[in-house]
Design a protein around this ligand. Structure first.
Ligand code: 3PG
Length: 308
């Protein structure tokens, strides 16, 4: 089988070498398309492959239609909102992700960005500490759990609310030391910081709006390392205009980035390019897991991380 690694944001060299080794040792052919800049390049690259490993790369119906031999797509990472699942299913293509493999990297970035902004972007002025300030986690998947673990090390009380987990499920997560919030309203009311960790779905699109933000304290901080479409950008701008201490910190650059920068240079921070999962460790974990999943899929039909 021919396996393509297609990543516009490339993996670390060690991860690519590891992926190649797993694919070739299993008797498959490995090809790669890294740092591509135009859709025409991936359309050409998929035309004779049976499997594709991607990151946030958009896989739409056109690309699936251009790949008649395609059997499996593995998103080396968590979120698969970049893949047209209906088109994949219609063409009999299995889509999998690699849940948890890059979670620690994202969690470390969340805490790092919180410290950076509480210390006023290291400009030497008087900042604040995280200790004893309340952190709310909106959703409680792999990244949120790692954030909880690290935040507890900073003596932060951690609250979590998840619309999909039951109360019992959340209570069972006692090892993370989280306090259950019973609604998104309660989460935002109880938290100095709220960090978003839900997937982008129709139900979660634009779910963080003015009303929810208004429940936070005057010096509230919203952190978004998930997807830019989860928030209503105009509502964040409005709350930041009304509350001179409110901060927005993000690893997914908003469409209104320039407006945020010009209006709130000291209270807004965005990474220039999504960096949460951009560590050698996470690249190796997610990349090798993706390669192993493809080998297992072709060897014994193993599709345990299937999402469609
Ligand atoms: C994910 O969904 O796994 C993260 O958002 C990381 O995405 P990336 O592979 O594009 O860095």
């Amino acid at each position: 089988m021919k396996v393509l690694l297609a990543t516009s944001k490339p993996f670390a060299l060690q991860a690519v070498a590891g992926i190649q080794d797993i694919i070739e040792t299993a008797g498959h052919t490995f090809v790669k398309l890294e740092s591509y800049t135009d859709k025409s390049q991936i359309l050409e690259a998929v035309k004779d492959v049976s499997a594709v490993i991607i990151r946030s790369d958009i896989i739409d119906k056109n690309i699936i239609d251009a790949a008649p031999d395609l059997k499996v797509i593995v998103r080396a990472g968590a979120g698969y909102d970049n893949v047209d699942l209906a088109a994949a299913t219609a063409s009999g293509v299995c889509v999998m992700n690699t849940p948890g493999q890059n979670a620690n990297a994202v969690a470390e970035l969340v805490i790092g960005m919180m410290i950076y902004m509480q210390r006023n972007q290291f400009d030497g002025t008087v900042g604040r500490e995280l200790s004893e300030r309340r952190l709310g986690l909106y959703a409680f998947g792999n990244v949120a759990k790692m954030v909880a673990k690290i935040a507890r090390g900073f003596s932060m009380p951690v609250y979590a609310y998840s619309p999909t987990l039951t109360h019992d499920d959340l209570r069972k997560e006692g090892e993370y030391g989280v306090i259950e919030a019973y609604s998104s309203k309660e989460l935002f009311e109880n938290s100095n910081f709220v960090s978003l960790h839900m997937p982008l779905l129709e139900e979660t699109r634009y779910c963080v709006d003015y009303e929810l933000l208004s429940y936070m304290s005057e010096d509230g901080v919203l952190i978004n390392s998930a997807r830019k479409e989860l928030v209503v950008e105009d509502d964040i701008i409005r709350i930041m205009e009304e509350r001179p201490l409110f901060q927005y910190i993000t690893d997914v650059m908003p469409d209104k980035h320039d407006e945020f920068v010009s209006k709130f240079p000291e209270r807004y921070f965005s990474t220039p390019k999504k960096s949460g999962a951009q560590t050698t460790d996470a690249n190796i974990n997610a990349g090798l897991a993706a390669a192993e999943q493809i080998v297992a899929f072709f060897k014994r039909g193993d599709d345990r991380y299937r999402v469609n």
